[in-house]
Design a protein around this ligand. Structure first.
Ligand SMILES: [Zn+2]
Length: 268
């Protein structure tokens, strides 16, 4: 953040635009508690504005996001039975889990399967997996999600913006236009109700080009949102739609690697 703030103009997502200077925007997806505990003090220290997109259906629960639960079930060690057998959307699901490779393959398969499920089906298979693995439903400390209080506090920070990210973190392209409307509008309204302020930004869950569709864009436009983030690398140009703003995902890199990656898109 220190390097970013010294190297670029840092803009707010809600008002980001093409200017004369090279500019960047900082965003976080989902609404993890560490955004509040870890990121906020760092952002404030360096005067960096940021926007956080929240999957509102998880706010105020003691749950983990569904992909974190899956990781916990299959990849966090401990003894697991040699096979998972369950029922998903009326069909039998059997996964071989007798080796680390098997567990990894089972995790990857379950991840792509669950991504396309309706919420009730998703919760049903997660329940079965949790029982199978013997993992609790309560979130690990490291994977907690912000509650209403943290969101309200964040909303009071002048340089932190909050945006929608659907209610249930569903794959929008797998939903009907009506369901997309409920998910997108629902998250913006719920968030607005929590923070007592209008919500004008949103990010598509997963955010790749095939993870949302023209209906998703239409819904965001008709809700009057000002900026919407996707998740494929690129730069905001004068001709870029404000409803599909590209973003570069940042992993757990050191500064050198971070500079190298940023350098692919920005002249340093
Ligand atoms: Zn997300």
């Amino acid at each position: 953040m220190r390097w970013l703030s010294r190297t670029f103009e840092v803009q707010e997502f809600e008002r980001c635009r093409v200017g004369r200077r090279a500019a960047i925007v900082v965003t976080f997806d989902d609404g993890y508690l560490d955004n509040w505990e870890v990121a906020k003090p760092i952002l404030e220290r360096h005067g960096v504005p940021a926007t956080i997109f929240v999957a509102t259906g998880y706010v105020g629960t003691s749950r983990e996001f569904w992909w974190d639960e899956l990781e916990r079930v299959f990849l966090t060690g401990g003894d697991r039975p040699r096979m998972f057998s369950g029922c998903v959307a009326g069909k039998q699901l059997t996964l071989e889990t007798s080796s680390p490779e098997g567990l990894m393959a089972a995790y990857n398969y379950a991840l792509s399967l669950i991504k396309t499920l309706q919420v009730a089906e998703r919760e049903a298979i997660l329940d079965q997996m949790r029982v199978w693995a013997g993992t609790p439903a309560t979130a690990r400390e490291s994977h907690q999600i912000m509650g209403r209080e943290e969101l309200r506090e964040l909303a009071r920070c002048s340089r932190i913006g909050l945006g929608g990210h659907t209610v249930e973190h569903q794959l929008l392209s797998s939903l009907s236009p009506d369901e997309q409307w409920r998910q997108i509008k629902g998250s913006c309204e719920q968030l607005s109700g929590i923070i007592g302020r209008e919500v004008r930004t949103f990010s598509y869950p997963f955010g790749g080009r095939s993870d949302y569709n023209r209906w998703s864009v239409e819904v965001c436009k008709s809700l009057g949102l000002s900026r919407v983030a996707a998740n494929f690398p690129g730069q905001l140009r004068r001709w870029t739609s404000h409803f599909e703003i590209p973003r570069m995902i940042v992993r757990d890199w050191n500064l050198e690697m971070f500079k190298e990656k940023i350098g692919k898109y920005m002249v340093l």
